[in-house]
Design a protein around this ligand. Structure first.
Ligand SMILES: [Zn+2]
Length: 297
């Protein structure tokens, strides 16, 4: 032992580490280094509890304590799917510069959500894994600022110009619209449950059809415009798909929202998406006016 030597130690168990190369890091721009995976787990365990508790309280407040979608994928598969190709990444930093990231990906009929720490542009420690169908819960989980990718999160240190980051403030209108989406979703889902035949593609298999979601939205075979009995305008996107010699349809029912009364700009929001091999169910969604050309979604 020698006083005049760089001193490194595990910030959990305080074991002295002979060199910086032997320390394990979980967070960017942080001096927190660890001696082992188990010390990393012990150190972050209270944060896991913290986020679990946040989720529990949000779910309680929104009356979403049990959602059918919550266990639709095994946890490992869910984590891999969301982290591999997220649709959104959010970064929250505190005044100490500590960062927490949220990865969100739209799955078949739910959103997969991962809250984690990021080191060297990769998720290094997962703090929360969940799924939800609820736009309201999703809007609560989007905290911090929206970033394009974790790479941009680092570019603050350099002189590179940052891409515009969105910090979404929800307006009263957004809140009302999200409640409407929730409402429509439960209605459509209830209706689907009644109309579905036993020999149709099972709910358990839905996750296999994940890749067809964006394909159908971006490049549908047909789009039908119709009003529901509450007078709200829906667009049904339909794509016929041949997979392993089986023909099926992928259907996405979207609700239209007028963005601005001045510009007449419209956006459509997916409410329900599912695969089916039932021609009758398919015909049920081919009602109303056939729309040509692609819609902004
Ligand atoms: Zn340790």
């Amino acid at each position: 032992m020698n006083f005049n030597k760089n001193l490194y130690y595990c910030c959990e168990c305080k074991t002295i580490i002979s060199s910086i190369e032997k320390l394990l890091f979980v967070e960017e721009k942080s001096s927190k280094g660890f001696c082992s995976e188990s010390c990393i787990e012990d150190f972050y365990q209270p944060l896991i509890k913290y986020f679990e508790n946040c989720e529990k309280l949000s779910r309680k407040r929104l009356n979403l304590e049990l959602e059918d979608c919550q266990k639709s994928l095994p946890e490992k598969e869910l984590v891999d799917t969301v982290l591999e190709a997220p649709d959104e990444i959010w970064k929250a930093s505190n005044e100490l510069g500590e960062e927490t990231f949220t990865y969100i990906k739209q799955l078949n009929n739910s959103y997969g959500i991962i809250i984690c720490k990021v080191y060297e542009e990769t998720a290094s420690f997962v703090l929360l894994v969940t799924q939800t169908n609820s736009f309201l819960l999703l809007s609560e989980i989007r905290f911090g600022e929206k970033i394009m990718s974790v790479t941009f999160a680092k570019s603050e240190d350099t002189n590179e110009e940052l891409p515009p980051s969105e910090s979404i403030e929800l307006t009263e209108d957004d809140y009302i619209f999200m409640q409407l989406l929730e409402n429509k979703k439960s209605k459509l889902l209830a209706d689907l449950l009644v109309k579905r035949k036993d020999n149709d593609i099972s709910f358990e298999e839905f996750s296999n059809f994940e890749p067809f979601f964006s394909e159908t939205l971006e490049n549908p075979d047909e789009v039908f415009e119709s009003k529901d009995n509450e007078g709200d305008l829906f667009f049904n996107y339909i794509k016929s798909i041949l997979l392993d010699n089986n023909n099926f349809y992928y259907i996405i029912s979207c609700l239209k929202r007028k963005e601005s009364t001045e510009t007449n700009e419209v956006s459509v929001f997916p409410v329900l998406a599912f695969p089916t091999n039932d021609l009758e169910l398919y015909s049920h969604f081919r009602v109303g006016k056939k729309v040509s050309g692609l819609l902004q979604n």
